[in-house]
Design a protein around this ligand. Structure first.
Ligand SMILES: NC(=O)c1ccc[n+]([C@@H]2O[C@H](COP(=O)([O-])OP(=O)(O)OC[C@H]3O[C@@H](n4cnc5c(N)ncnc54)[C@H](OP(=O)(O)O)[C@@H]3O)[C@@H](O)[C@H]2O)c1
Length: 351
C-alpha cells in the first residue's frame, strides 16, 4: 500500500509527516513522559544503591570530642542512634524519661566505646515541665561541643482509632511530644549549632528529625499522629532553608515500619528492618534523598521504605490516593487484631 503523507505548514515552512499531526504529537508526548519516568527511575536506583550523603566525621570538631543529643534514647530507634554514634566516637547527651534506663545506657556506652555519656531526665509529654526540661538539656549541651541533635522521641496512638473516637488525652500526648517538645528543644539548641559552624564552609552541625511515612502520606485512623509528623515535615523544610547557609544540615527522615515497642512488631522482614539496620542506613546517607526524590531536606533512607515512598509519588494524585486507601484498610485490620488481643488479655486477667 503506498504511504500516505500529511503536509502541514509551520512558520512558513512545509512539514511532511508519515502520520497525522495528532498521532505524531501523542507519540512525542508519550516518549517525553517515558523518558521523564526512566530518568527519575535511574536517579532513584542510583540514590538507593550509591547515595551516601554527608559523612558523619564532617560534624566532628577538629579537636576534642563532639557530642550528640539523642532524645527518646532508651529503646528502639533512639537507642540505636545512641549506640552507633558512640561507636563512631561521639560523646552523648542522652535524653529520656527514665533515670535508671539512662544510667544503665550511659554505663554501657562509656565502657564499650570509651566516650562520655551525660544524661538528662525529661518527660517530653509533660507540658508543665516543658520549658524547664528544655533548659536542663540546653544547660548540659552548653558545657560541651554539641554538634548533633537527633529529634527522635515520638508518641503515637495506642492502636489505630477514628479521630472522633480518640481519647483527648492521647491527642494531647501526641501533640505535646511530637510538636511542642521537638520545636522548643530545637529552638534552644540551634544557637549552639550555628555558632560552631562557619558560614559558607562545609556543614559542621546536624539536626535530624525522625518523621514517619505517616507524615508524608495521610494515614487514616492515625490522624493525630499523621498530623504531627506532617507538621514537622513543613517545619523542618522551613528551618532547613533558614540555617543551611549557616552551616547546619537539617534533615527529616521518613521511616515506614521498624521493629520496636512503638510498632509492636518483634520480627524483622524485608520491609520491616531492625532498629539497628534502619539507623545504619540513616547515618550512612545523611542528607541523601533516596526515596524522597525531589523533596528538599528530606530522606527515606532504608531501601525498602525508599521504594514505598518513591512508588507513592510515581503517579501523582492517583498513586497517593491509592496509598491512602491501602493504609486505611491496613489500619482497620491492625485495629481489629489489637482489639481482639485486648479482649483476650482482659479475659485472662479476670479468669
Ligand atoms: N517503629 C516504627 O515503626 C516507626 C515508624 C515511623 C516512625 N517512627 C518514629 O521513630 C521514633 C522512635 O520510635 P521507636 O519506634 O523507636 O519507639 P519506641 O521503641 O517506643 O521508643 C521510643 C523512645 O522514646 C521514649 N519516650 C517515649 N515517650 C517519651 C516521653 N514522653 N518522654 C521522654 N521519652 C519518651 C521511650 O522511652 P521509654 O523507654 O521510657 O519508653 C523510648 O526511649 C518516633 O519519633 C516514631 O514516631 C517509628
Amino acid at each position: 500500500m503506498p504511504t500516505e503523507y500529511h503536509k502541514y505548514s509551520f512558520l512558513g515552512n512545509e512539514i511532511i509527516l508519515e502520520v497525522p499531526l495528532s498521532t505524531f504529537l501523542l507519540a512525542f508526548v508519550g516518549a517525553l513522559t517515558l523518558m521523564t519516568y526512566a530518568s527519575s527511575l535511574v536517579r532513584f536506583l542510583f540514590a538507593i544503591t550509591a547515595g551516601k550523603g554527608v559523612p558523619l566525621y564532617r560534624f566532628k570538631a577538629s579537636k576534642g570530642t563532639t557530642y550528640a543529643i539523642v532524645t527518646g534514647c532508651t529503646s528502639g530507634i533512639g537507642l540505636e542512634f545512641a549506640r552507633q554514634l558512640a561507636a563512631d566516637g561521639f560523646g552523648l547527651i542522652l535524653v529520656g524519661r527514665r533515670q535508671s534506663a539512662l544510667d544503665e545506657l550511659a554505663r554501657e556506652l562509656e565502657s564499650a566505646h570509651k566516650i562520655r555519656a551525660l544524661s538528662v531526665v525529661a518527660d517530653a509529654a509533660d507540658p508543665k515541665d516543658l520549658h524547664a526540661a528544655v533548659a536542663r538539656v540546653a544547660a548540659v549541651a552548653r558545657t560541651v561541643d554539641t554538634g548533633i541533635l537527633i529529634n527522635n522521641v515520638g508518641a503515637s496512638h495506642e492502636m489505630p482509632v477514628a479521630f472522633h473516637e480518640t481519647d483527648p488525652a492521647e491527642i494531647d500526648n501526641i501533640v505535646q511530644t511530637n510538636i511542642s517538645w521537638t520545636l522548643q528543644l530545637t529552638r534552644a539548641i540551634m544557637p549552639l549549632l550555628v555558632v560552631r559552624s562557619t558560614p559558607g564552609y562545609a556543614p559542621k552541625s546536624l539536626v535530624m528529625t525522625i518523621g514517619s511515612l505517616s507524615g508524608r502520606i495521610p494515614s487514616p485512623l492515625l490522624a493525630a499522629y499523621s498530623c504531627t509528623k506532617g507538621g514537622l515535615k513543613t517545619w523542618n523544610q522551613a528551618l532547613a532553608a533558614e540555617v543551611q547557609s549557616k552551616g547546619v544540615v537539617c534533615t527529616m527522615v521518613f521511616p515506614a515500619f521498624v521493629v520496636s515497642n512503638m510498632s509492636k512488631i518483634r520480627k524483622p522482614s524485608l520491609t520491616v528492618p531492625t532498629a539497628e539496620k534502619f539507623v545504619k542506613s540513616t547515618l550512612g546517607s545523611i542528607g541523601a534523598a533516596r526515596g524522597a526524590q525531589g523533596r528538599l531536606y528530606e530522606s527515606t533512607p532504608y531501601p525498602a521504605h525508599a521504594v514505598m515512598d518513591y512508588a507513592v509519588g510515581l503517579a501523582g494524585n492517583a498513586s497517593e490516593s491509592l496509598a491512602v486507601s491501602v493504609i486505611h484498610s491496613m489500619h482497620k485490620d491492625i485495629r481489629k487484631r489489637a482489639l481482639k488481643k485486648k479482649e483476650r488479655q482482659l479475659a485472662a486477667k479476670t479468669e
